[in-house]
Design a protein around this ligand. Structure first.
Ligand code: PBG
Length: 337
């Protein structure tokens, strides 16, 4: 008997066609969701310095961008708003004339088939930059036990319900609550159902970590907290079992789709959620994950296309059905090339 191996995995790697044929994980436009940042004004495309290639867009330019995205075969956009006014309650988020309801309406009118997902959170809209209503001594219902500056969960739920209905009225297909409030999915489901939007989908940011990878986003959405951080409500990066608890709660509350965020540093969470739950699973490759690749590629330290695709395949391999990524348009071009 020969001492040479008879089983040779390398046989299946010997040509591009073979590798393509036996590839286990697929990446295509079908899996991608493209985020957009929208601000008031006209004909605006204001570059986001920390996210090369991305810009804050006015509603008219966002419609043109949405048309391009749809033509490329990407099924959905995720919208973030930069309001004209910020206040303690984040009231522009539930104003029917607010920036996001306007954008949803315009995009759905121009490109009806493109799915519009509305990120449902208050941090872009509040003057303090936190994701809901704060516990403050001069506000009614102040709780000494919670302490000054604590984010009031149940008051925030009411506003999330109200804003979700406004976004659904404007035409949003999917509401994506991202504030990590307890009970947010149930509150939004109830508000939607009682207002005639039983078919509006909820994609819950079910396991969202308090992450340093959101840095560039906070420039893009002008939403950094004015004091403290989000560790009271977003998850501790050290925890995994807690993510399964968060996800289980959102499933019971009626979430239609789940999300893990960020993606690359949380592949174990993606894998465990995918194994345990039957709902479609999204992963969010967040701003910092994008900008790190861009910055290193600008210095020629890494190959952008190669590294970006490698991370996206990793996220798919871990189990994500859908990926929200700032590389969405690039991926479609790269896969064609
Ligand atoms: C809103 C929200 C954030 C992101 C998505 N929705 C910011 C945050 O939680 O601070 C981050 C997305 C990214 O970094 O690309 N709560």
């Amino acid at each position: 008997m020969s001492s040479y191996p008879t089983i040779r995995p390398r046989r299946l790697r010997s040509s591009a066609n073979l590798r393509r044929m036996v590839r286990e994980t697929r990446l295509s436009a079908d899996n991608l969701i493209a985020p957009l940042f929208i601000r008031h004004g006209q004909n605006i495309s204001r570059p986001i310095v920390s996210m090369p290639g991305h810009a804050q867009l006015s509603v008219d330019t966002a419609v043109r961008e949405a048309e391009t995205i749809a033509e490329m075969g990407i099924p959905a956009v995720l919208l973030f708003g930069i309001p004209a006014h910020k206040d303690a309650m984040g009231s522009e988020n539930y104003d029917p004339e607010g920036i996001i309801p306007q954008a949803i309406h315009a995009i759905k009118s121009a490109v009806p088939d493109l799915l519009v997902i509305s990120d449902m959170c208050f941090c872009e809209y509040t003057d303090h930059g936190h994701c809901g209503v704060l516990n403050l001594p001069d506000h009614p219902g102040y709780s000494a036990q919670l302490g000054e500056g604590y984010l009031r969960n149940d008051e925030t739920l009411e506003l999330l319900g109200r804003a979700s209905v406004v976004h659904a009225q404007a035409g949003a297909d999917i509401i994506a609550p991202s504030g990590m409030m307890d009970g947010m999915v149930a509150a939004i489901r109830q508000a939607l159902d009682t207002n005639g939007f039983a078919n509006t989908i909820i994609m819950s940011y079910a396991a969202k970590y308090a992450s340093g990878f959101y840095g560039p986003f906070r420039d893009a959405a002008e939403s950094p907290p004015s004091f403290g951080d989000r560790s009271q409500y977003q998850m501790d990066p050290a925890n995994a079992r807690e993510a399964l608890k968060e996800v289980a709660l959102d499933v019971t509350e009626g979430a239609d789709m789940l999300m893990v965020k960020p993606a690359l540093a949380y592949l174990d969470i993606i894998q465990r959620v995918k194994e345990r739950f039957e709902l479609p699973l999204a992963a969010y490759q967040v701003s910092g994950e994008f900008s790190m690749i861009k910055a290193a590629a600008e210095r020629d330290w890494i190959d952008e296309r190669r590294v970006a695709l490698e991370t996206l395949y990793a996220i798919r391999r871990a189990g994500a059905d859908m990926i929200i990524t700032y590389f969405a348009k690039d991926v479609v071009k790269w896969l064609k090339a």
